[in-house]
Design a protein around this ligand. Structure first.
Ligand code: PLP
Length: 380
């Protein structure tokens, strides 16, 4: 069945107890045994919960996987996946990624003896060279936050597979509606469902989806052992958000490309980083692995911090806030907000400079969004 249909029906059905059409919130910690030594399908909500199970089946279907796992946050999903690795294991990480992932790797995972190496994986030859006998996994994000660089999913998956290395992709920016890494040979997809998948800025959540039963077994074990799962109320909200994922993503995409084209012609804008623009250096790759460009992108303002702060101070409809992927439009300054946990020299080396602004375009009317930016540029 088509994505739009599966987002409403996959893994869901009228509830077994009373035929509730919407999946009930099973707000319970524990479940009665059917008899002595006879547990039912669920016994304790850390190990499994019917509301969570429904969400997990739906997520697996949308990503084109077999097994889904729902976590308390995106970082809980990432920490659980990374718990598969231990001292002496070598992980190759794309050098341009979400600031929180960078912090988790450097402040929590590396001190435990896992060898973390950052490599620019836009260059597949560099990946070939970096893989050594201890390499266990490659971690990528595409498009990257906030620079909107792309990584070639099929090329990375092929190189890694030949060398028996697991591939992990953070697919938060596009959601499975616009990009499904498992279809390109990636082994593990992770998400912050906080963003587009839930889409209403009222939940923090995470997800992992895989095809391989052996990987599913490990991740399921760790989810239960570490207790990183999502609670039933949050799972219900994410399930509800997913029902409109397809139509929201279409609107985000249309609005974002509209604003990107408008910014490209603006005299106070130095450049626009949006993979849907012909000017994006990897536009051709975008067309081969993404079916849309999402709603989040960045641009560079002529000048620097002063000019950016004046722009940010002048918006009304756009909210000055971190996060992305909600129905409302947000604007932020990566250097002083989302990417402040990344050392300044690392930021500068990859191009997260003071002139960079990131916007998460919501699903309001395009004309109102452009009018708000136009007015704010009057301050610059
Ligand atoms: C927000 C985000 C995360 C972390 O997710 P939380 O739900 O905030 O824990 C991870 N990766 C990317 C790309 C994100 O945007």
């Amino acid at each position: 069945m088509h994505f739009k249909t599966r987002s409403i029906h996959a893994g869901q059905g009228p509830d077994a107890a009373y035929g509730a059409v919407m999946t009930p919130i099973y707000q319970t910690s524990t479940f009665a045994f059917q008899g002595v030594n006879q547990p039912g399908e669920f016994d304790y909500s850390r190990s499994g919960n019917p509301t969570r199970k429904t969400l997990e089946r739906c997520l697996a279907s949308l990503e084109g996987g077999e097994f889904g796992f729902a976590f308390a946050t995106g970082m809980a999903a990432e920490a659980t996946v990374l718990a598969m690795y231990g001292p002496g294991d070598h992980l190759i990480i794309h050098d341009d990624l979400y600031g929180g992932t960078y912090r988790l790797l450097m402040s929590v995972i590396a001190p435990k003896g896992v060898d973390i190496e950052f490599v620019n994986l836009r260059d597949v030859a560099a990946l070939q060279k970096a893989i050594c006998p201890d390499t266990k996994a490659v971690w990528i994000e595409t498009p990257t936050n906030p620079l909107m660089n792309l990584v070639d999913l099929a090329a990375v998956a092929n190189v890694a597979r030949e060398r028996n290395v697991t591939t992990i992709c953070d697919n938060t920016f596009l959601s499975p509606y616009f990009q499904r890494p498992l279809e390109f040979g990636i082994d593990i997809v992770v998400h912050s469902t906080t963003k587009y998948i839930n889409g209403h800025s009222d939940v923090v959540g995470g997800a992992v989806v895989v095809k391989d039963p052996a990987l599913a077994e490990q991740i399921g074990f760790l989810q239960n052992a570490m207790g990183t799962c999502s609670g039933p109320q949050d799972c219900f909200l994410v399930l509800r958000g997913i029902k409109t994922l397809a139509i929201r993503m279409e609107e985000h995409n249309r609005n974002a490309i509209g604003i990107a084209r408008w910014l490209e012609k603006h005299p106070k804008v130095a450049s626009v980083l949006h993979p849907g623009l012909e000017s994006h250096p990897q536009h051709a790759l975008a067309l081969t692995q993404m079916t849309g460009f999402g709603g989040t992108f960045s641009f560079r303002v002529n000048g620097g911090r002063e000019e950016v702060f004046r722009l940010l101070g002048g918006v009304n409809l756009f909210t000055l806030a971190e996060s992305l992927g909600g129905v409302e439009s947000l604007i932020e300054h990566p250097c002083t907000m989302t990417h402040v946990s990344m050392p300044e020299d690392v930021r500068a080396a990859i191009g997260i400079t003071e002139d960079l602004v990131r916007i998460s375009v919501g699903i309001e009317h395009l004309d109102d969004l452009i009018a708000d930016l136009e007015k704010a540029f009057g301050n610059v």
